[in-house]
Write a protein that binds this ligand. Structure first.
Ligand SMILES: NC(=O)c1ccc[n+]([C@@H]2O[C@H](COP(=O)([O-])OP(=O)(O)OC[C@H]3O[C@@H](n4cnc5c(N)ncnc54)[C@H](OP(=O)(O)O)[C@@H]3O)[C@@H](O)[C@H]2O)c1
Length: 276
């Protein structure tokens, strides 16, 4: 792809989008990093503003919020791809979630569009524990989730961003669906133990029923958010994701980072220091 093909990065202040934008900036590749708080803004809830953000762009890295499995997401993604085509975009790299039926319907909308596309279908992110929704749980010492003793191949945001940037910049990835995971299947009890050992915190995993998890979320994030997260846990922690993907290896020709590498980097960057 010629260097002057600019890339729209949607969700550019988030865990993955910020890393994608940083990598493009480091290469000097023209890009426009957008979220609800940028000018121009990009808000999934305001389709009237999408074309302005897309103006002059060749490709887009797409983070959909709250989740591609949320009710109505496939219809919104269909509207997004139509607007993208009408705005002259040629390619979409979509960040998706692994083992989510609703997300697969959203992926299909991208595949059925006239756009070149790459699907980056990720397992749970390592960075949920220090940058994301599970940070307060780690700081409180209690990691309570409806995940039982199921195994998950947690993946590093740095690897997801590396795959996304490769997919954006190199046309040979077009049409691929990359199942990006880490190299190790781990339970949440393993995670609590490894974070505790590396950080000096005392973190315990408490498995909850889906009903108890929903009840615990309700006061904090309301019914829609609690429904979404409880349904997602019920779906993806039924054993379907207890296998390693090969998306990092296929896209980049190297092995993914291990959870131990993540811990070392996170602690070097000051993760969880506020709990000490
Ligand atoms: N976390 C996981 O383990 C996991 C695993 C697989 C897939 N995923 C998928 O990854 C995506 C989340 O990526 P992430 O963790 O990098 O995001 P994130 O860290 O939660 O950040 C969300 C980004 O989206 C922006 N945003 C929030 N609401 C928006 C809206 N209504 N319209 C436009 N932008 C909005 C935010 O910026 P502003 O607030 O400034 O708008 C921010 O840039 C979701 O689609 C999720 O399903 C997550």
């Amino acid at each position: 792809m010629p260097i002057d093909n600019p890339i729209l990065v949607i969700g550019a202040t988030g865990k993955i989008g910020s890393r994608v934008a940083d990598r493009l900036a480091a290469r000097g590749h023209p890009h426009r990093a957008v979220s609800r708080s940028t000018a121009p803004a990009f808000d999934w809830e305001n389709p009237a503003g999408w074309a302005r953000a897309m103006e002059g762009m060749h490709s887009a890295f797409v983070t959909y919020v709250p989740d591609l499995a949320a009710p109505g997401a496939p219809e919104i993604i269909e509207q997004f791809t139509a607007t993208a085509e009408a705005s002259g975009l040629r390619k979409v790299v979509l960040l998706s979630g692994r083992g989510e039926h609703g997300a697969e319907l959203s992926e299909d909308k991208v595949r059925q569009s006239g756009l070149d596309h790459v699907i980056v279908r990720a397992s749970w992110f390592n960075q949920n524990f220090d940058e994301g929704m599970l940070l307060p749980s780690i700081l409180s010492g209690t990691l309570a989730l409806a995940a039982g003793d199921k195994l998950e191949p947690f993946v590093d945001a740095e690897d997801i961003a590396d795959v996304a940037v490769a997919a954006l910049l190199d046309e040979r990835h077009n049409g691929a669906t990359y199942e990006v995971t880490g190299p190790r299947l781990m339970t949440f009890a393993d995670i609590a133990r490894e974070i505790s050992a590396a950080s000096g915190l005392d973190v315990t995993y408490v498995p909850l029923s889906v009903e108890a998890f929903h009840a615990a979320l309700l006061p904090a994030i309301g019914k829609d958010g609690a429904d979404l997260l409880a349904d997602l846990c019920a779906e993806v922690f039924d054993g379907r994701n207890e296998w390693l993907g090969d998306g990092v290896q296929r896209a980049l020709g190297r092995e993914p980072r291990d959870f131990a590498d993540y811990l070392a980097a996170a602690i070097a960057n000051g993760a969880w220091r506020q709990a000490a």
